[in-house]
Design a protein around this ligand. Structure first.
Ligand code: ME8
Length: 516
C-alpha cells in the first residue's frame, strides 16, 4: 500500500450461490475485473471485492430440498463461483462469503448504528413477499397470475407474510436521497437507470421490513436473536466488511467509500435507494458510483459442439477460450445495455477481431522480424509521415481508453483500440515490408519497428480485457514485466531496438468447428 497510489475500491454484486454460476454472473465478474485491472495498470491501489450472498429464505428452502444444511449448500456452490473466477483470471482481492465471521460482526455493527440513529423500530409486517426475488412488494405492484396466485413484477410468486418485524425508517429518507441524486449526478449510471430511480423515489417511500422471525438462516439481530436480518441488509453490508469495517480501521479508512459498485439492472433499487439510506443513517460516507449493466440473453440456434450448455461459464471457456469469451462479452455488448450472445456472434469476434485483425498483425510482423532481423527488435531509421501518423494514433490511445473507462464504456475502449489495429493493418499492407526486404532493408526495419511498437501499446492496453493473451503477446515483444503498466505507454516506453525476442507463436488461433 503506497500512498503515492490513490486507492480505488470496486465491487461486484455478491451472487446467490443457489446453483452453479451462469453467464450473467460471468459477465459481471469479467467486466468488473477489466475495471479493476485497468485501474491497477493505471497506477491506482485497487481493492477488488467479489463473493457470495448466502443467507435468506431462498437459500434455506433450496438447501432443504437438496437435503443438506444451508451452509453446506452455499459452500458447494460458492466453490463453483470461485472456480469460474479462477478459470477467467478474475483478480479479486477478497472473495467474501456472507457466512464469514467478520461479516456477521460488520452487519451487526451497521444495525446498531442505524438503531442509535433512531431509524429502526419494532412493528408488525403484513404484506407480500417474493422468495425468488427476496423482496417485499406493495399490493399495487403485484398482479393476479393465471392460476389465481399473486405475482411480483418479475413474475415470481409472492406469499402473504404476517409477522413481527423490525422496520427501517426509509420514509424519512426521500428528501435526502433526492438531494443525493441531484448533488452527485454520477451516483447512478447509466442515465436511464438514474431516471427510473428518481421517479421511484419521487413517488414516496414506505418503511422497509428488515427482519424475519419465521426462519433462522441469517445474521441474528443484535439484542433480539429470534429475529434474523432481512437478507438484503446483510448482503449490502458486504461492501463494508470487504474493506475492513468495523475493526480494521486503516483498511476501512483507506478504501471506503467504494469508488464503484458494479451490479445488474434488476438490483438497482437496493443499491441506490436502500443502501445509501442505510449508510446515511449509520453516519458512513456514500459510494462514488453505482453502475448497472444490462442482461445477457441467448439468441442462437446452437452453441459449439464442445460447449453444449449455453450458460455454463466453464463450458464456454472450454469451447472458445477464456480470454476469447471475455473479449466477446466486453466488446459485443455496450456496457449498460442488454445484449445477446450466440455461437455465431462469438465465433465472428474470435475470427475477425482476434485472429485476423490483431493476431495476424502480430504474427506477420513478428515472424518477419524473426526471419530478417536476427530475432531482435529492429532498429528504425528516420520516420516518414505515415510512420509518425500511426505512432501518434497509438500514443493517443491511453487518453482515449481512459476516457472510455471513466464513462464505463468498456466496449468503446475496445473499439478505440481496434481502430488503431485497423490503421496498423492498413499501414502494414500499404508499406509492403516483404517487398522492402530486397529493395530497402533499412526501410523494412523501420516499418517493422513501427508495427511492433503499435502491437506493444495495443497489448498493454488489452491486458484488462484479455490478461493471458496480452501477456503472451508482451512476452513475444520482449517487454519486461515492469514495462507493462500504462506508464510505459506512449513515446516514453518505446520498443527498445536490438532487444532479443523469443520465437514467435500464434496467440489468437482461428476458431474451427470441431469435427462431427
Ligand atoms: O441479485 N445477465 O444475486 P444473483 C446479466 N445476491 N447479469 C445478470 C443476469 C443476466 N442474465 N442474471 C443475473 C443477487 N445477473 C443478490 C445481489 S448484492 C449486495 C446482492 C446479475 O445471483 C444480477 O443483476 O441473482 C446481479 O448483479 C448478479 O448477477 C448476481 O445475481
Amino acid at each position: 500500500m503506497s500512498d503515492a497510489k490513490p486507492p480505488f475500491y470496486v465491487t461486484t454484486a455478491i451472487a446467490y450461490p443457489n446453483g452453479a454460476p451462469h453467464i450473467g454472473h460471468l459477465y459481471e465478474a469479467v467486466a468488473t475485473d477489466a475495471v479493476a485491472r485497468f485501474h491497477r495498470l493505471d497506477g491506482r491501489d485497487v481493492r477488488f471485492l467479489t463473493g457470495t450472498d448466502e443467507h435468506g429464505l431462498k437459500m434455506a428452502q433450496t438447501a432443504a430440498r437438496e437435503g443438506v444444511t444451508p451452509l453446506e449448500w452455499a459452500t458447494r456452490n460458492a466453490e463453483s463461483f470461485r472456480a469460474m473466477d479462477e478459470r477467467y483470471g478474475v483478480s479479486f482481492d477478497r472473495f467474501i462469503r456472507t457466512t464469514d465471521a467478520d461479516h456477521y460482526a460488520a452487519s451487526q455493527e451497521l444495525w446498531r448504528r442505524m438503531t442509535e440513529a433512531g431509524d429502526i423500530y419494532l412493528g408488525k409486517y403484513e404484506g407480500w413477499y417474493s422468495v425468488r426475488d427476496e423482496a417485499y412488494f406493495d399490493e399495487s405492484e403485484t398482479t393476479l397470475g393465471e392460476d389465481g396466485g399473486r405475482r411480483a413484477p418479475t413474475g415470481a410468486p409472492v406469499e402473504w407474510v404476517v409477522e413481527e418485524s423490525y422496520f427501517f425508517r426509509l420514509s424519512a429518507y426521500q428528501e435526502r436521497l433526492l438531494k443525493l441524486y441531484e448533488e452527485q449526478p454520477g451516483f447512478i449510471g447509466p442515465d436511464a437507470r438514474r431516471n427510473e430511480v428518481l421517479a421511484f423515489v419521487k413517488r414516496g417511500l414506505s418503511d422497509l421490513s428488515i427482519s424475519r422471525t419465521t426462519f433462522n438462516w441469517g445474521v441474528p439481530v443484535p439484542g433480539d436473536p429470534k429475529h434474523v436480518m432481512y437478507v438484503w441488509v446483510d448482503a449490502l453490508t458486504n461492501y463494508l466488511t470487504g474493506c475492513g469495517f468495523p475493526d480494521d480501521t486503516p483498511s476501512f479508512e483507506r478504501y471506503w467509500p467504494a469508488n464503484l459498485h458494479v451490479i445488474g439492472k434488476d438490483i438497482i433499487r437496493f443499491h441506490t435507494v436502500f443502501w445509501p439510506a442505510f449508510l446515511i443513517s449509520a453516519g458512513l460516507p456514500l459510494p462514488g458510483r453505482v453502475f448497472a449493466h444490462g442482461f445477457l440473453y441467448f439468441r442462437g440456434e446452437k452453441m459449439s459442439k464442445s460447449v453444449g450448455n449455453v450458460v455454463d461459464p466453464l463450458a464456454l471457456a472450454e469451447g472458445y477460450g477464456a480470454d476469447q469469451v471475455r473479449y466477446f462479452l466486453l466488446r459485443e455488448v455496450p456496457f449498460g445495455q442488454d445484449g445477446a450472445y450466440s455461437h455465431d456472434a462469438i465465433v465472428g469476434r474470435i475470427n475477425a477481431d482476434l485472429a485476423n485483425d490483431l493476431g495476424n498483425l502480430a504474427q506477420r510482423s513478428l515472424s518477419m522480424v524473426a526471419r530478417n532481423c536476427e530475432g531482435r527488435a529492429p532498429s528504425p531509421g528516420d520516420f516518414s509521415e505515415a510512420d509518425r501518423t500511426l505512432l501518434a494514433a497509438a500514443d493517443s490511445l491511453r487518453g482515449k481508453v481512459r476516457a472510455a473507462f471513466d464513462d464505463l464504456a468498456l466496449h468503446n475502449a475496445l473499439a478505440t483500440i481496434w481502430a488503431v489495429v485497423a490503421d496498423a493493418n492498413r499501414y502494414f499492407a500499404g508499406q509492403e515490408p516483404w517487398a522492402l526486404k530486397k529493395t530497402d532493408p533499412e526501410r523494412m526495419a523501420t516499418v517493422l519497428y513501427v508495427t511492433l511498437e503499435v502491437v506493444r501499446q495495443v497489448s498493454i492496453l488489452t491486458q484488462p480485457f484479455m490478461p493471458e493473451a496480452s501477456s503472451k503477446l508482451l512476452d513475444l515483444l520482449g517487454t519486461p514485466l515492469e514495462k507493462r503498466e500504462f506508464a510505459a505507454l506512449g513515446e516514453g516506453g518505446r520498443l527498445v531496438p536490438g532487444a532479443s525476442l523469443p520465437a514467435p507463436q500464434p496467440v489468437f488461433p482461428r476458431y474451427v468447428e470441431p469435427a462431427a
